[in-house]
Design a protein around this ligand. Structure first.
Ligand SMILES: Cc1cc2nc3c(=O)[nH]c(=O)nc-3n(C[C@H](O)[C@H](O)[C@H](O)COP(=O)(O)OP(=O)(O)OC[C@H]3O[C@@H](n4cnc5c(N)ncnc54)[C@H](O)[C@@H]3O)c2cc1C
Length: 474
């Protein structure tokens, strides 16, 4: 169907045909495809625009491929530890990086194809492949075409930040995206950034067999976490042979033959690191700089994140922003929850809000860190009277049986309401166990609900009630 002719944003004599839709969705990350299908199923004529890979970051260059490769790295690690369990592997453990990548490509590719097929097969849904850019508050250009709608949903995600650094334009650096094409073992991987992405790649490649150096400009790794969590994670990674240089800012890079040299501004340790490859894992930035937001009048902050209200509406009526680009989440589950919030408000007369969400996420090093709610530092600085419980994983029977006793569990409770304020579970199964705490936080019930629950033996979760039975004033 051909829509009304709209002139704005185009030179006279070049007026393209405009196609009108009930809804336009820009980006097929973790919110867009589900929203497209819900709106289309509700009878709306929907356009979905994707400029690159269907499924976005999580499916192609983020969660799914990295967790698939982390599984390969874990297999290698456990094979090397086989003798600890009375198992013989018959010699050196060999990692075939081409096979590792092929397995990752298969799992990731299947997911991406599934997202694309789901959209193409959906009734009332038209898929456009190309870069979408606003030309007015109600129009988006895609190549030579113009799409118009009263409702436009932005789900454009983020990409790796590339810091301005002398010499960077002279070398082939890697990001989380280009790492997906690596099918060989880097001899020595230098990683700039000691946060979630850097640590996951660091441990993974160390286990594949690379030498790994992580350069972090702050005084500790994963600085958003409590100091005891950062310290335990550092110890775990260093024990595996990863070099970690803290308080070190990478200020220049250069290549000599097959080696890359990173120049550091640091007070201790070597001011120069020599490696074979460089991975930039120093933060993310939203894909909003080439979206034409100014033509639409949509406001964003100085880092490029789009401003939204509690129901994810931007300042322009009829334009919403979901997922990483609104700066309110940064995870796959928060992007998907953004879809649920928008769909509930638009289609179900259910006033769901972003502020109903409790912060929760995992760091997928081994052992993983599961996190929910406030950190201990945040509770302390709030001045709220609180209780704390802590237990080393060496006391958890299941961890001992599995031979995976690194880490600890920590929980914080409001001393007056008895409600759970937050938790960190760094230990085997920590990414799963955290949910028993998270669900009770959502239920707004006192911690005694978990403390009195009978958990299955032998599990890590079994010790959560025990930990809650031994709370101390913070
Ligand atoms: C290495 C790594 C590991 C991660 N691991 C985890 C994890 O384990 N768990 C977790 O919860 N999160 C993880 N994340 C974060 C997670 O991937 C993101 O939070 C999630 O993908 C965000 O989804 P989104 O819908 O906001 O956008 P994205 O998934 O980034 O999708 C945005 C889409 O929009 C498209 N697009 C952008 N601009 C335009 C345009 N102008 N026109 C058309 N299309 C456009 C892009 O091509 C992309 O396909 C990880 C991220 C990285 C980098």
């Amino acid at each position: 169907m051909v829509g009304p002719l709209i002139e704005s944003g185009h030179q006279l004599g070049e007026i393209p045909m405009t196609t009108a839709f009930d809804a336009i969705i820009i980006g097929t990350g973790q919110a867009g495809p589900s929203l497209a299908k819900r709106l289309a199923a509700a009878g709306m004529k929907v356009a979905v625009v994707e400029r690159k890979l269907f499924g976005g970051t999580c499916v192609n260059t983020g969660c799914i491929p990295t967790k698939t490769m982390i599984a390969s790295a874990y297999a290698a690690h456990m094979a090397r530890r086989a003798a600890d369990f009375g198992v013989s592997t018959g010699g050196e453990v060999i990692v075939d990086m081409k096979q590792v990548k092929a397995r990752k490509d298969l799992i990731s590719g299947r997911n991406s194809k599934g997202v694309e097929k789901g959209l193409r097969d959906a009734a009332n849904c038209t898929v456009y492949q190309g870069h979408a850019c606003f030309i007015s508050p109600k129009e988006v250009s895609v190549g030579q075409e113009v799409l118009a709608s009263e409702r436009i949903f932005i789900n454009v995600g983020e990409r790796a930040s590339v810091p301005a650094m002398p010499g960077l334009d002279q070398i082939d650096y890697l990001t989380n995206s280009s790492m997906m094409g690596v099918d060989f073992l880097p001899e020595h991987l230098i990683i700039v950034g000691g946060s979630y992405v850097g640590l996951e790649f660091g441990q993974m490649y160390r286990r594949f067999g690379s030498e790994v150096t992580i350069v972090e400009m702050g005084p500790r790794l994963i600085q958003r976490e409590d100091e005891d969590v950062s310290a335990a994670v550092k110890e775990i990674l260093e024990r595996e042979g990863i070099h970690i240089q803290l308080n070190a800012k990478c200020i220049s890079v250069g290549r000599t033959g097959n080696t890359i040299t990173a120049g550091l501004d640091c007070t201790e340790g070597s001011p120069e690191i020599v490696g074979s490859h460089l991975l930039l894992a120093a933060g993310r930035r939203p894909n909003t700089d080439d979206l034409g937001l100014d033509q639409a009048g949509v406001t964003y902050n100085k880092r490029g994140y789009i401003g939204v209200d509690d129901q994810l509406r931007t300042n322009v009526p009829g334009i919403w922003a979901l997922g990483d680009c609104n700066g309110k989440g940064g995870f796959t589950h928060t992007a998907y929850n953004d879809f649920e919030i928008v769909a509930a408000n638009l289609l179900d007369d259910d006033p769901r809000r972003v502020s109903d969400r409790i912060l929760a996420y995992a760091l997928y090093i081994d052992p993983p860190l599961g996190r929910a709610g406030l950190t201990e530092a945040q509770v302390r600085s709030s001045g709220k009277p609180a209780l704390i419980g802590k237990m080393l994983m060496t006391r958890v029977g299941r961890a001992v049986e599995k031979g995976e006793t690194d880490g600890f569990m920590k929980v914080l409770v409001d001393r007056e309401t008895k409600e759970l304020l937050g938790a960190a579970i760094l230990g085997t199964g920590g990414d799963e166990v955290i949910h028993c705490i998270l669900d009770v936080m959502y239920a707004k019930k006192p911690y005694s609900v978990i403390q009195r629950a009978v958990h299955i033996h032998p599990t890590v979760s079994e010790l959560v009630p025990t930990m809650l039975g031994d709370l101390k004033p913070l």
